[in-house]
Every structure is written in C-alpha cells, then in structure tokens.
Design a protein around this ligand. Structure first.
Ligand code: UDP
Length: 471
C-alpha cells in the first residue's frame, strides 16, 4: 500500500526566514517537476513565528504540510550568546520531538529523505536510526561549502585565530580568502559557537548528499574541485539559484513599486541589509548623509539602530516603526524628490526585478545575492555578519559584479565614500562594467535553470535517487 503513495520528503529548517524561504522554493520545484510531497518540521523558540507561518500558509496543504515542534527555551543562555549557537541549539533541543514526528511520518507516508539546512547536521543520527537518508540543502555558495568541508582540517592544523593567519587560504578552485573574512562563528576559538561549528562541519561528510544553492557556471572551480576530491565527500549537487519567483501578485498597490514606476530605467539604488541587519546610530547617520550626498535616487529599507550587534533583528524581525527619530534632522524632507525610505521591510524580489532598479547596496546575504544575480542588478557589497564577508570576496574579487565598501579605523563606512560608491555604481564607468558582468551572470543563471540546464539536471538526479530508494 505504501508503494502507491507519492514519495514524501521531510524538511527541517533552522531558524531564520532566509533559511526557510529557499527550502520552500526547493519543495515547490520538486513538487512541480518530480511529484514529491513534503512535510516541513519546524523547530522554534516560540517567538516571532509570523513570517514563517505566512510563508507556509500560502502553500498547497495537500502537497506541502507543516508542523511546528514544541518551542525550546533559551532562558539558561547568557545574553551575549551568538546567533549561530542559538540557531544550532534550537535544533539540538528539538531532537526528541523531531524523532517522534519522523517516526509518525515513516508510518503514514512513503518517506524517502530528510532535508536539513546549513545548521541541520545534528539530525543525522535520528535520520540514520530510522533509515531515512539525510541530505543537506546548503543555502549559500560553493565557496562557503568548501570552507565548511575543509574546516575540521584547518581547526586541527592551526592554533591562532584565523584573522591572524598571515596569508590568505586557497581553497581548491576558489578565490583566496583571508582568515578575517571567514564566517563569524569561527572567529573566536573560545566561543561556544566555534565548538558548534567544528562539530557540525565534521558531520557534513556523513550526509547522503549536499545540494548547493549555487550553479556550476557561477563557481566552476569550486564545483570541479568537489568532483575531483571524490572519495570521502558526499555527492555535491549544484541546484540553484533557488529563489522566490518575482510575481506582481499581491503587490499591486505597494508603495515601493508605485514609486519605482515613476523613475527612469536603472536609475534607483535599492538599499537593504536583509532580515536582520542593523547599524549603530553613527553608521546610520553616515549612510543617510552618503545617500544624500550622492544625489542619486534610492529606496532605503530602514531598521532602528542598535549599538551592540550587527544582526540584532535576526531572531526578531521587526514591525514598522517611524524612522524619522533616528535619521539626520531634515533628511526625509531634503531627499523626498529622489528617495523613498521604507520602515523595516520591502518586497525585495519585486524591487530587484523592476526596470528602474539600477543597483543594490546589500549586506551580501546569499538569498539577496542570488536574487540580484537572477535579475542582473550590480552591487555595492557591505557585509555585516554570518558568512557575508565570504560572499563579498566571491562577488568583488571573484565574479567582479560588486564594489566593496571600505571601513575606516573605527569600523565605519564614511558618508563621502558611500556617495562615491553610489555614484560610481549608478552612473560611473565602473558601474557599467559591473552591470555588464552581472547581466552575464543573469544569463548563465537562466541557462542553469532551463529545461536542459545544469541545475535542473542536478536536481533531477537527486529526485531519481530518492524515487529509486524505496521502490
Ligand atoms: N527580504 C525582503 N525584504 C526586505 C528584506 C529582506 O523581501 O526588506 C528578503 C530577501 O528578498 C531575501 C531574504 O529576505 O530573500 C533575506 O535573505 P538573505 O540571505 O539575503 O539575508 P538574511 O536575512 O538571511 O541575512
């Protein structure tokens, strides 16, 4: 009886809308092209679930259902705990509840695989116990995956902090990478997050397969190196770019889009720092003055300043708030002809796909990066946290589709420099070169996703394996 049921896949995202979104899109693709059904099993801390729920409620419940696991508590953690530790702990503290849900699924469906994301490797033991092969959907670049796979070796062969390494690291087939640009949770060997990363990275090699949200033509060297390393490495499948599709549905009256409609082609800079990015008041003021000084058109998604963390909103995506209290006096009035300030959230994919958008000042989150590539929008790269400095290296040094910002001695990007980058990107010769390069990436992405494209084939390969597993 089990055989006539469609093959079913359990997906376990770790916290963060940037993790859930691509997994939802992956499920839609596998449903549409390969007829799988899905259950999202969601670990959480009991707070801030509205964005997740909204995303999941919009799906066809016959094909993609979801359950939230009982919330875990962080009451015992110190205030300065790193986001990455919290993300990993959300999952670790949900393992027994996850086990029960997976057992139920093995009884009620034809469960052929478990898919987890970046921080999901702690589920492998449960999956193996239940004979469900565990796959990773890696929601970042092949460059970052390469570091993750090499990390246990680096950990054992070095003793200093990575930022003190005298030379950049050369991962096979990748741009050279300075230790200071490695992801945040490995920057302090004494921090709990470092131990989490070592444990997690070791487990990657025991995944049944790793799907990467990137594509061969974007990072040919890295993907070739994964193939050549062969033994000891799970199969790596480049399946991206998996991003939200740009559709105007539901956004007809949106202020950003109506405003963009009135602007000239490729003239507007979109300024946004992801779901969690925040600045100090000082940096916020410099950014405002820089945008004003540039004289260019802009849409700026503003979040209230935070003096201590650059990712203050990660576990707390905020509601709207009046930004005039933390913008320079008179800024809104002076820039009202050229700029639109939006509190907290904008329909980013729709903005990036609009013909008036000519550039994106971004924190280099990987979803934002892929969305820019798919829509051919060149970038100013201003990484803030997580693995974003590595994304910057790929975009600025490798692909040459972005201008990288420079920090002064106090770690601030100054207004004069911001104005220079913005003018350079929107109307300078350098901007033209970056735009052309980005349009090349856009074409390559389109090809990868076409019917015979490399990513379409890679995903079909995974689907075949899953279908073959229990037939
Ligand atoms: N996003 C959006 N509107 C905003 C800010 C973010 O739609 O105002 C979306 C964006 O399109 C992307 C995701 O949220 O899909 C952010 O993911 P990313 O990996 O870029 O950054 P993170 O939020 O994980 O740091």
């Amino acid at each position: 009886q089990n055989l006539i049921k469609p093959p079913h896949v359990a997906i376990v995202p770790t916290p963060g809308i940037g993790h859930l979104t691509p997994l939802v899109e992956l499920a839609k693709l596998l449903l549409f092209h390969h007829n799988f059904t899905f259950t999202f099993i969601i670990p959480n801390d009991g707070l801030h679930l509205a964005p997740q729920k909204k995303l999941l409620e919009a799906l066809d419940p016959q094909a993609i259902s979801y359950i939230f696991l009982p919330p875990v508590s962080f009451d015992d953690l110190p205030d300065d705990v790193m986001v990455e530790t919290k993300i990993a702990l959300t999952l670790t503290r949900s393992l027994s509840a996850l086990r029960i849900s997976l057992i139920e699924l093995t009884e009620s469906t034809r469960l052929v695989a478990l898919v987890v994301d970046l921080f999901g490797a702690d589920t492998f033991d449960v999956a193996n116990e239940l004979h469900v092969p565990p796959y990773i959907f890696f929601p970042s670049s092949a460059l970052v995956l390469s570091l993750v796979l090499h990390f246990p070796h680096l950990h054992e062969t070095t003793t200093c902090e990575y930022r003190d390494l005298p030379e950049p690291i050369q991962l096979p087939g990748c741009v050279p990478l300075h230790g200071r640009d490695f992801m945040d949770p490995v920057q302090d060997r004494s921090n709990e997050a470092y131990k989490v990363m070592v444990r997690m990275c070791k487990k990657y090699r025991s995944a049944a397969g790793i799907m990467v949200n990137s594509f061969v033509d974007l990072e040919p060297g890295a993907f070739k190196a994964f193939k050549e390393q062969g033994q000891g490495l799970p199969p790596v499948y480049p399946v991206g770019p998996v991003i939200k599709i740009s559709s105007a549905d539901g956004f007809e009256g949106n202020e950003c889009l109506r405003w963009l409609d009135k602007q000239p082609n490729e003239s507007v800079l979109f300024v946004s720092f992801g779901s969690g990015g925040t600045f100090s008041q000082e940096q916020m003021t410099e950014l405002a003055l820089g945008l004003e000084l540039s004289g260019q058109r802009f849409i700026w998604v503003v979040k209230s300043p935070n003096e201590t963390a650059k990712n203050a909103n990660y576990f707390n995506v905020q509601g709207s708030e009046d930004p005039s209290g933390f913008l320079p006096h008179g800024f809104l009035e002076r820039t009202k002809e050229v700029g639109l300030v939006v509190p907290s959230w904008a329909p980013q994919v729709q903005v990036l796909s609009h013909q008036s958008t000519g550039g994106f000042l971004t924190h280099c989150g990987w979803n934002s990066t892929l969305e820019s590539i798919v829509h051919g929008v060149p970038l100013i790269a201003w990484p803030l946290y997580a693995e974003q400095r590595m994304n910057r290296a790929l975009l600025v040094d490798g692909l040459k589709v972005a201008l990288g910002v420079k920090l002064n001695d106090k770690g601030i990007v100054e207004s004069q420099d911001i104005a220079k980058y913005v003018r350079g990107l929107i109307e300078g010769d350098e901007g033209k070169l970056l735009r052309n390069k980005m349009k090349g990436c856009k074409e390559a992405a389109k090809l990868a996703l076409s019917q015979e494209g490399s990513s379409t084939k890679s995903l079909a390969e995974v689907a075949q394996i899953w279908k073959g597993l229990k037939i």
